[in-house]
Structure formats: structure tokens, C-alpha cells
Design a protein around this ligand. Structure first.
Ligand code: ADP
Ligand code: ZN
Length: 631
């Protein structure tokens, strides 16, 4: 939740401070006045019981004390021959209509002023504090209710304002979604279900109720769902799974109910549930018992899905990146029985996504979408959209007429590595970063199986203080053992250079990310790819991470502890061997490394071609057998 903390602090601080002083005043004055009615009746009655008695007409008189905080109530008890009882009741402060209620029931009502003068302040204090609190809170909620997810909405839970969006016309068409042709084909059928249900029901076919879109974030799942609604011309209801699950038990379930109620009123329509894994995880899983709220919400969702006929024209589309953690009840026939996979696009797909998003942008003639597509393996549709948008922003900032290749290049860097910072001033640490980066780059250049260097730079971006860019291989599906080893060496190049040049005691934390990657790759070589002395075994499934609950324990039990120890030994052996190779490589090329560092500190960026030319003066640079996109 994005709470405007500043707003809350601004408002609560004065309220609390003022409230504290008043509370103090009220407190001390109470000490002097409590005696007022206390001796008269020592038996207490709860406020709830008092109201019951009042409704039953058993109360005969009410005497208010302490400014209305306490009452001595006289009531008759029919079970004890109408004997009169005197009972003490603590009244809640927030019962303003109580007095009129008492009067309406014709009960004797009297109020007793407190005796000492200080108590006048006490009464005032007692009134002012809650009043201030109420006023303060009122403003607080009003201020923050504009913010989605702010407490203003939390106050409305369960009542009316459900947190789903409705879009009467999404205006999105299948043409706006690119690079996911298979998914589109499958979903075109859903459009027909919505437009011409008779065609299916006439021959007794059951129209599916739910479609599960599976794929990483940013691949266009939401966009696809919107396109279905847009093509079929039906309203689009959307909610995110995480919005179902709130801190109050029961809210999620009531939101589900609201959502389906609204949808039924607007059928035919699409209901889109993003991040369904937030509610749809296996029930009864999770460490420390299940989450009641989530389970209730999930149960409500299942009930609603079962509760409407399949031909009412409501189709529920849900999106997730983790279908494996979903409760199997969700995947049963009659619920989300169709799964459509939406993958990150390949080079052709990326090209067509770029075409879609270039429609409304001015590109210079030199810009080739083909080249951008080749340069961006692994980019999702959202990344590509973001990339073109960043390029357009840069172009506007540079007051150019059309987006040129420089802007595209800068935008790619920004999307991959974050915002550009300002370069460091000359210092020892600048030199250290330079050695670290040149270390990566020289290893990458000299190893035949490593991707070629695209550029080395000391201009920080995001978290990184310097960066070495490699031209990635196009969508490589198969990676060989020697390529993996080369990547491990390349990643170790930074640390190796630091150690050789500055010594053991001067190595820095800058390599932590590199080391993480090294360990990851080495571990996968052993446990997944069968590339170590352990032999061709698969010991871990992809992803490997422990999902709270269900997989806990299970993921480790695929092998014995003995094997676990051998895995560790192998991982260490691979990393260690690569590190020794890398140290040697950097040491043997120390002369050119020093020269490149001087150049880098001076120029701040060296591009791959220049880098290779300089290295070639000292050593043989292997020719890489891949096509480097010419940009
Ligand atoms: P998801 O729901 O899979 O996380 P979205 O549908 O929200 O992804 O994608 C976010 C944005 O990225 C879209 O609004 C669109 O601009 C762009 N985008 C993503 N995938 C595609 C695609 N396949 N074709 C065109 N644009 C896309
Ligand atoms: Zn590094």
C-alpha cells in the first residue's frame, strides 16, 4: 500500500501532542471526582446489558456522573420479584444519542455536576480530546482518500466502494498486442464465445468460464485481456489479487462478492484478476498455519465461479507467473480450465512489438527496429514499450525532431541498468573501479567463448559504479559448458584485477553481485546441467526457490546430505578453478590492463571495438563466432 506517510505524520503529530496534554488534564481531574457515584453502587453492569434492560423497560432511573462517563442505574429484576437493583455502568464516550433514548423510554434521568472546580476543566478536557481526535482523523482520512489504497478506502471496506476498476470500453484491439501470436490465436476463440455464444450452446458445448494466462510480468497479459474485451465490445472489470487480501478478515470475500454482483449486472463482460497467486495459493499451506483471510477470499471466489451458469456471458481471465503454486481447486473443470502461456517475445516478436509502439512516435530514418530487436534479447513487451518511451523523452529533452539511434542506445542502457549518475572525480576508488571493469572486459575479450565486449564505462548507473556491457548472443537456447565457464571467468575478472593490483587487503565489496552470479552459474552446472564430476544428474528443479509452505522441505529432499556436501565441493571446485585461470589471465596481460585503465579513467567510456584494437597490440584476440549487430 502506498500511504502518504508525510500526510499522516503531519496530521497525527499535532493531534497526538494536543491530545496528550488534554488527556493528562482529564486524567488528573478524574482522580478527584470518581468518588461521586462509586460508593452508591458497587455492582457493575455492562453497557450492553444496560441497553438490553433499557429496551426491556426494566430501567427506572438513570443518574449520570462524571460528565456522562458513568451512570448509576436503577433497574427492576422480574426474576427476583421486581426487586430494585442499583448498578453502576460505564458509558462509552461515543454514545451521543443515549440521552435522547433514555428520555424516550420515560426513565427518570438526572445528571450530577462534579464538585470541584478543576473538574470543569476535566469535563472540557474529556470532550475536547475526543473531539480533536475526531476532527483530526476526519481530515486525515479526507486528505488521504484520494490516494488509491489509502485509509480512506479502508474505512469503506465491505460496504460499497469495492476496489475493482470497470472499463466500459477498453479500446484495445488484438492489433495492439504483438509478438504473442499463439496466445492471441487461442484467445480469439474467447471473443467468439462472448460475441456469439449461441454458436456453441446450440450444439451443447460448454463455454469455459475461466482462462489462466501464465507468463512473466510485462509480457502483455493485461493487454491481452483488455483486447478480448475490446474486440468483443464488452465491459472489462479488473482487480489485482493482492487487492483482495487486506488486513481485515472478510474484506476480500466481500470484494469478490461485490465484483461478481457488478459483473452479473453488466454481462456479457470480462473479469480480469491480476496476480491471482496472491489469493489462489494452495490452501492450508504456509508456515505457521494458513492465512484465514486469503482462504476465505479464495473460497468465495470458487463459490462465485461455481455459482453462475457457464452461458451467462461472464468470462474470468486471471494472470499469474506461478501456476505451480495455485490451489488445484482453481484449475478444475468449470473454473480456470484453460491455460494460455504468454512468453517474452523472440526477436521477431520484439520487432513487431516495437512496430506497435513506434506507430505514434517520430523515428529518424537511420533507426532500424530490426537492429533494436536484435539488441534486446530477454526484453518483454513492457520493457520495449518503456524503451521507446524513454528514447522519446530523451529526444524531446535534447530538442531534436525525431528519435535517433543515440537516444535508442541511451534508452536501452537506462532500461537495463537504471538512471545514469555523474562520473566520479579522479581518486583511488575511481582507479579501483576502472581496474575492476577492465578486469571483466579483458577476460571477456580474451576468452573465445565469452560474449564480446560492447563497451566499458565508469559512468555509474543505478546501483553500479562502473559497467562492462557485453553484446548478448541472440536468444540463446543452448549454452555450452565452455560458454558457462567463460561467463564465470568473466564475472570473476573484476575481483581478480582488484586483487592483483591492490592486494588482498584492498579488495572491495564491489564484486558481491559478480560473486552471486558465479555461485549461481556454478551451482546450476552441478545440480541442473550435469556438468561436473557428480555426473549427469538433475538434482534441482528450475527456480529452486522455496515457496513458503508447500515446497518447504520437499525441495531439499531430492538428494541426501552426502550428496549436498558433494554438490558444495563441486561448486567450490568450479569457482576456484575459474578464479585461478582468471587471475593468471589478468596477470599475464597486466601491461595492457594498465594502459586500458589509464585510458578509461581519462575517457570514462571505451567502446568494444577500440578496446579490442588496443588489446590486439599486446595479445591475440580470438574472433567470436557470433554476429554482432551493427548499431
Ligand atoms: P502483464 O499484464 O503481462 O504484466 P501488461 O499487459 O500490463 O503486462 O503490459 C504492460 C504494457 O507493456 C502494456 O500496456 C503495453 O504497452 C506493453 N506491452 C506488453 N506486452 C506487449 C505486447 N505483447 N505487445 C504490445 N505491447 C505490449
Ligand atoms: Zn563487477
Amino acid at each position: 500500500m502506498k500511504l502518504p506517510w508525510r500526510v499522516i505524520l503531519l496530521w497525527t503529530l499535532p493531534v497526538l501532542v494536543v491530545g496528550f496534554f488534554l488527556w493528562q488534564g482529564a486524567f488528573s481531574s478524574n482522580v478527584g471526582t470518581t468518588s461521586a457515584g462509586q460508593n452508591a453502587a458497587n455492582t457493575r453492569m455492562t453497557y450492553g446489558r444496560f441497553l438490553e434492560y433499557l429496551d426491556a423497560g426494566r430501567v427506572t432511573s438513570v443518574d449520570l456522573y462524571e460528565g456522562g462517563q458513568t451512570a448509576i442505574v436503577e433497574a427492576v429484576d422480574p426474576e427476583l420479584d421486581d426487586r430494585v437493583q442499583r448498578l453502576r455502568v460505564d458509558l462509552p464516550m461515543a454514545a451521543p444519542d443515549l440521552v435522547s433514548k433514555i428520555r424516550e423510554s420515560g426513565v427518570n434521568l438526572d445528571s450530577h455536576p462534579v464538585r470541584n472546580d478543576g473538574a470543569v476543566f476535566g469535563i472540557l478536557g474529556n470532550l475536547v480530546f475526543p473531539l480533536l481526535l475526531v476532527v483530526g482523523l476526519f481530515f486525515l482520512f479526507r486528505r488521504s482518500s484520494n490516494v488509491p489504497g489509502g485509509p480512506g478506502q479502508a474505512m469503506n471496506f465491505g460496504k460499497s466502494r469495492a476496489k475493482f476498476q470497470m472499463d466500459a470500453k477498453t479500446g484495445v484491439l488484438f492489433d495492439d498486442v504483438a509478438g504473442v501470436d499463439e496466445a492471441k490465436e487461442e484467445l480469439e476463440e474467447v471473443v467468439t464465445f462472448l460475441k456469439k455464444p449461441e454458436r456453441f450452446t446450440a450444439i451443447g458445448a460448454r463455454i469455459p468460464k475461466g482462462v489462466l494466462l501464465v507468463g512473466p510480468p510485462g509480457t502483455g497479459k493485461t493487454l491481452l485481456a483488455k483486447a478480448i474485451a475490446g474486440e468483443a465490445g464488452v465491459p472489462f472489470f479488473s482487480i489485482s489479487g493482492s487487492e483482495f487480501v487486506e488486513m481485515f478478515v472478510g474484506v476480500g470475500a466481500s470484494r469478490v462478492r461485490d465484483l461478481f454482483k457488478k459483473a452479473k449486472e453488466n454481462a456479457p463482460c470480462i473479469i480480469f484478476i491480476d496476480e491471482i497467486d496472491a489469493v489462489g495459493r494452495q490452501r492450508g499451506a504456509g508456515i505457521g498455519g494458513g492465512n484465514d483471510e486469503r482462504e476465505q477470499t479464495l473460497n468465495q471466489l470458487l463459490t462465485e465461479m461455481d455459482g453462475f451458469e457457464s452461458n451467462t456471458g461472464i468470462i474470468i481471465i486471471a494472470a499469474t507467473n506461478r501456476p505451480d503454486v495455485l490451489d488445484s481447486a482453481l484449475l478444475r473443470p468449470g473454473r480456470f480450465d484453460r491455460q494460455v502461456t504468454v512468453e517474452a517475445p523472440d526477436v521477431k516478436g520484439r520487432r513487431s512489438v516495437l512496430e506497435v509502439h513506434a506507430r505514434n512516435k517520430k523515428l529518424a530514418d537511420e533507426v532500424s527496429l530490426e537492429a533494436i530487436a536484435r539488441r534486446t534479447p530477454g526484453f518483454t513487451g513492457a520493457d520495449l514499450a518503456n524503451l521507446l518511451n524513454e528514447a522519446a523523452i530523451l529526444t524531446a529533452r535534447r530538442r531534436k525532431e525525431a528519435i535517433e539511434m543515440v537516444e535508442i542506445d541511451d534508452a536501452v542502457d537506462r532500461v537495463i541498468a537504471g538512471m545514469e549518475g555523474t562520473a566520479m572525480v579522479d581518486s583511488k576508488s575511481k582507479r579501483l573501479v576502472a581496474y575492476h571493469e577492465v578486469g571483466h572486459a579483458i577476460v571477456g575479450t580474451l576468452l573465445k567463448d565469452h560474449d564480446p565486449v560492447q563497451k566499458v564505462t565508469l559512468i555509474p548507473r543505478g546501483q553500479a559504479r562502473g559497467l562492462t556491457w557485453f553484446t548478448p548472443n541472440e536468444d540463446q537456447m543452448l549454452v555450452s559448458r565452455s560458454q558457462l565457464l567463460a561467463r564465470i571467468c568473466g564475472a570473476l575478472g573484476g575481483r581478480a584485477a582488484e586483487q592483483i593490483v591492490f592486494g588482498d587487503s584492498e579488495i572491495t565489496t564491489g564484486a558481491s553481485n559478480d560473486l552471486q552470479q558465479v555461485t549461481n552459474m556454478a551451482r546450476q552446472m552441478v545440480t541442473r546441467f550435469g556438468m561436473s564430476d557428480l555426473g549427469p544428474l538433475s538434482l534441482e528443479s528450475q527456480g529452486g526457490e522455496v515457496f513458503l509452505g508447500r515446497d518447504l522441505g520437499a525441495s531439499r529432499s531430492e538428494y541426501s546430505e552426502k550428496v549436498a556436501a558433494r554438490i558444495d565441493t563441486q561448486v567450490r571446485a568450479i569457482s576456484e578453478a575459474c578464479y585461478q585461470d582468471t587471475l593468471k589471465l589478468v596477470e599475464d596481460n597486466r601491461e595492457v590492463v594498465d594502459r586500458l585503465v589509464d585510458l578509461l579513467v581519462d575517457k570514462e567510456t571505451i567502446d568494444g571495438e577500440e578496446f579490442r584494437q588496443i588489446v590486439a597490440e599486446y595479445a591475440e584476440v580470438p574472433v567470436k563466432d557470433q554476429v554482432v549487430p551493427q548499431l
